[in-house]
Design a protein around this ligand. Sequence first.
Ligand code: ATP
Ligand code: MG
Length: 424
Amino acid sequence: MANIKAIRGMYDILPAQTPLWQFFEAHVKQMFAQYGYQEIRMPMVERTELFCRSIGEATDVVEKEMYTFADRNDESITLRPEGTASCVRAAEEHGLTYNQVQRLWYHGPMFRYERPQKGRQRQFHQFGAEVYGLDGPDVDAELIIMTARLWQQLGISDAVTLQLNTLGSSESRAAYRQDLVAFLEQHLEQLDADSQRRVTTNPLRVLDSKDPQTQALLNQAPDFYSYLDDDSRAHFERLKALLDKAGVAYEINPRLVRGLDYYCKTVFEWVTDRLGAQGTVCGGGRYDGLVAQLGGKPTPGVGWAMGVERLILMLQEMDLVPAELAQRVDVYMVHMGDEAAAATMLLAEQLRDQLPGVRVLWHCGGGSFKNQMKKADKSGATVALIMGEDELQAGQVQVKPLRGQSEAQTVAVDEISAAVQMLI
Ligand code: ATP
Ligand code: MG
């Protein structure tokens, strides 16, 4: 056992870190509640086919990043690489989109077989939002505005920028794709290797290439916006107008295509320069064709997903972790002798009854008074409650502030809640 380690790219989140995760999660959950979104929980494993058919065979995710296994019955199953496909599957399976709008959110681990590096794991966590049954730009705006509110709450607004684009309808994209391929084929030798391969498999992804020479060439490529259909154009204009009204700034990025095949019309990413190469903290867009593509009645959809690890890293690197998160307990109970031990055990229960918000740690394992006080101090508690033989006999407790505020005092057992409440 001693030398069995976690799987490469999959990490334990240790007790020193979990308060920060809980802090972040609480903010996101509060945001969803504020906007009237409901939580949905899907399994972490799905039939492989679900992801192949939704994300697209020629995407990086399906081509090389999926954890795919045969189960004992020789069915091909995959650890989910993202949440949208599962969410659509679940919504359709349970009739959630039938004649109704759904505003949903989910949270949990995702799995992609990528090269692990800062901000890129093989098991990572996402919060995601998905809306079904609304085809207008109003809900696109809502989904973006809510993330802007979250950045504000977390204090990272100045460190993220919103990149916005439209991919138009599938017809306008098809017409553009044809002309783009013709252009790229004329300049094949100037493209980087990945892009050369993509000219046939997934030409729009070439627009996303990070290679400088490819990028330079793309300046002469046909301009997608001139292919845009009227409906998509109006949708995009209205979205921009709503974001303007809400005071959410954006940059139009005509090269933003996103890595998954199901998007149409709106696509966006929130990016930061604080994390090196892994700069996208949240990305999303509209996928009006996906529900039908998976066999459902045509239903518009739009959503986003955010990478929790990257946002946690940002909070740490920007020094935005609230100091109080390090404090685990408020009250530490010290006692000498078996009788006092039992009495403080009950006193701790009484405190938890009367002050449910207060965190009480009852010392276990015995030891000298000095030793227990050391542990009390190390625990980060604000106050120690001490009971020895004398206090036990007198029905009293010593209340000792540990953070240098005020003097120790002796208090009757039934006044202890009031005394604790004053100090924390
Ligand atoms: P990237 O371009 O960084 O690979 P992506 O386009 O593949 O991101 P999405 O599928 O849009 O990512 O997922 C949404 C978000 O989930 C990303 O913006 C990122 O914050 C996070 N994310 C994606 N893959 C990983 C990963 N391997 N490790 C950590 N976070 C990830
Ligand atoms: Mg990726």
